[in-house]
Design a binder for this molecule. Structure first.
Ligand SMILES: Nc1ncnc2c1ncn2[C@@H]1O[C@H](COP(=O)(O)OP(=O)(O)OP(=O)(O)O)[C@@H](O)[C@H]1O
Ligand SMILES: [Mg+2]
Length: 560
């Protein structure tokens, strides 16, 4: 009875109906949340499958294959703004490549400008970008448009369409908006990644394009990166460098410990780039530049090390300097010789005239003979100076080697005699005809003779210079002429021997030596297809042999 009364009361007061309403509402809310969760799950699935190699077309295709699980979808399109123009970048069911921009008066442009997430329930669009999709049979009747934003800037729109009218609820419209947000992030990430990797590739290509070794080294001497152009291909100690050990002193110089002359400390102290030039025992010369590299906290992180082989360049520079030096000496000598030639002609001529008037055996006549002989000798020296200073092109010709040796000796003889050096000449008593440039060969011999004289400077022992030559035939029946300048001077230490042909290597004081003589001489002899060989014992003396080949048989004629 009591129970029935209560039921009646509940019916009359409406408690039952509000309870029912409450449950209905709860149920619909619950369904909404479930749907939203499902939607988020699907968005998650779509985004998870996106990777950096995908194009926008691939992303839209992937989204299209999943989206129907969350909302009705017969059409999915993604339009992007580029330089104030709107392009349909990708659309499904058929991913047409549309290169023309969407016309400004069109419905899609309007949707973009409004920047709103909207549902259009009766789309009267004849927009070709939707209607011309041949895979889409039928007409799109409802459409959700969601703007794609990066920050506050609109980038384009995402379109989800259905052939049915009134297909989309606000929840579904919200789903499309969330999907649009996620897709924007994906597209932005891919774009950024591609930009970074393109920049990286460009840097790597620049790094590798350099043909010289370049590396990034940290302050603990670890080589962090290099362009695979080292170890420097030179003498054996470089090849000791084990590529697995990434210390710069090992990789670059084949050492177990840091180099004594390493400029790292100087760079840490000054923060400024350092340039160095090093010369290996082999004669190869390298210019090394160290540029400091700073991290984001402006702290020195390491150095860029750039190595350039300048051996050829400095050889050319040496040739130029020597040529300029020779040209200057030649010009001066030519001037002097020219000025002296006329008075000498007059002196010799007058002496000859005076002698003719004297009886032979007369004391004065003998004095005049001395004047004539000395005068003639002076004229010969002048002639040599003129030959030496000739400024023409110096072409090769068949010449007599002994004549050139005599020419060189005449130029230097006075200096040798003045230094109280015994001079021995041991030349083959034959005409040695070779194909060469006489002036250049004289230049070589003068260099060797001056070096020999310098080596005897201050020597207490017997001072001797010997110039000799010989001919020999090698195993291939090839003939060679060897001209040797031997001295009993100070000699060369065996550790210095490999360096003497290096340009600018000199043991003499700056005023006496430029260190170019031998390098230029070697260059000249090599240009003749020959070489210079050295034999020296410290404290005993040296001998320099100029070896010249004879390529054609009749170039070397030995006539008695
Ligand atoms: N006959 C020699 N005896 C001993 N040392 C020599 C002899 N010839 C050359 N040298 C060594 O080789 C070095 C290089 O010789 P090179 O002729 O190239 O230059 P330099 O004589 O010093 O200067 P320059 O450019 O004026 O000739 C010399 O400084 C010297 O140390
Ligand atoms: Mg010299």
């Amino acid at each position: 009875m009591f129970y029935e009364k209560r039921k009646l009361l509940e019916n009359l007061t409406g408690v039952n109906s509000s309870k029912l309403n409450y449950y209905v509402e709860l149920k619909s809310k619950n369904e909404k949340i479930v749907k939203q969760n499902e939607g988020l799950g699907i968005i998650n699935q779509i985004v998870r499958g996106v990777n950096i190699d995908m194009t926008i077309g691939d992303i839209v295709k992937r989204a299209y294959s999943k989206i129907a699980l969350a909302v009705p979808c017969d059409f999915l399109g993604l339009a992007l703004l580029h330089k104030d123009k709107l392009y349909m970048k990708a659309a499904m069911p058929l991913n047409l490549n549309r290169s023309n921009p969407i016309p400004r008066e069109s419905f899609l442009w309007e949707c973009t400008i409004t920047e709103k997430n909207e549902v259009y329930d009766s789309v009267h669009t004849e927009d070709p970008f939707i209607t011309e999709n041949p895979e889409l049979e039928g007409k799109i009747c409802s459409l959700v448009v969601a703007p794609l934003f990066i920050g506050a800037t609109i980038q384009g729109i995402l379109l989800v369409g259905s052939k049915m009218s009134f297909s989309y609820s606000p929840t579904e419209s919200n789903f499309v908006k969330q999907l649009a947000n996620q897709l924007t992030t994906c597209i932005l990430n891919i774009k950024l990644y591609k930009q970074v990797s393109r920049a990286n590739c460009e840097w790597e290509a620049t790094f590798n394009a350099l043909t010289e070794p370049i590396s990034l080294i940290d302050t603990h001497f670890n080589v962090l990166r290099n362009n695979d152009h080292f170890p420097i291909p030179t003498d054996s100690d470089f090849s000791k460098g084990d590529k697995k050990c990434q210390k710069c002193f090992t990789l670059l110089w084949g050492r177990d410990e840091r180099c004594e002359e390493c400029p790292m400390e100087e760079i840490i102290r000054t923060g400024k780039p350092v340039d160095k030039r090093i010369q290996k025992d082999s004669g190869e010369t390298f210019d090394i530049s160290y540029y400091p590299v700073y991290d984001e906290l402006n702290k020195l992180a390491g150095v860029i090390n750039y190595i350039k082989n300048v051996t050829y360049k400095i050889k050319m520079e040496a040739q130029l300097i020597q040529t300029a030096k020779m040209a200057a000496i030649g010009e001066m000598a030519a001037g002097m010789a020219h000025e002296l030639n006329n008075p000498m002609t007059a002196i010799v001529g007058t002496a000859q005239l005076m002698k003719r008037e004297r009886e032979s055996g007369d004391g004065e006549s003998e004095l005049l003979s001395d004047i004539i002989l000395s005068g003639l000798r002076c004229k010969k020296i002048i002639q040599n100076l003129l030959t030496f200073s000739r400024q023409d092109e110096y072409p090769f010709a068949i010449i007599d080697l002994n004549k050139e040796i005599e020419g060189a000796l005449n130029l230097i003889r006075y200096q040798i005699d003045r230094s109280e050096i015994e001079f021995i000449k041991n030349l083959l008593p034959k005409v040695l005809k070779i194909n060469a440039n006489g002036h250049r060969l004289q230049q070589v011999l003068v260099n060797l003779l001056i070096n020999a004289r310098d080596a005897l400077d201050g020597v207490k022992r017997e001072k001797k210079i010997e110039v000799s030559n010989s001919v020999y035939e090698d195993g291939n029946e090839k003939k060679w002429v060897i001209t040797t300048v031997r001295d009993t001077g100070i000699g060369i230490a065996s550790k210095d021997l490999p360096k003497i042909f290096n340009p600018f290597y000199t043991s003499k004081e700056a005023v006496n030596g430029t260190g170019l003589g031998l390098s230029v001489s070697l260059g000249i002899v090599q240009a003749h297809g020959g070489t210079i060989e050295v034999d020296s014992v410290l404290g005993e003396g040296s001998s320099f042999s100029v070896i010249l080949p004879v390529c054609v048989d009749n170039c070397l004629k030995m006539c008695d």
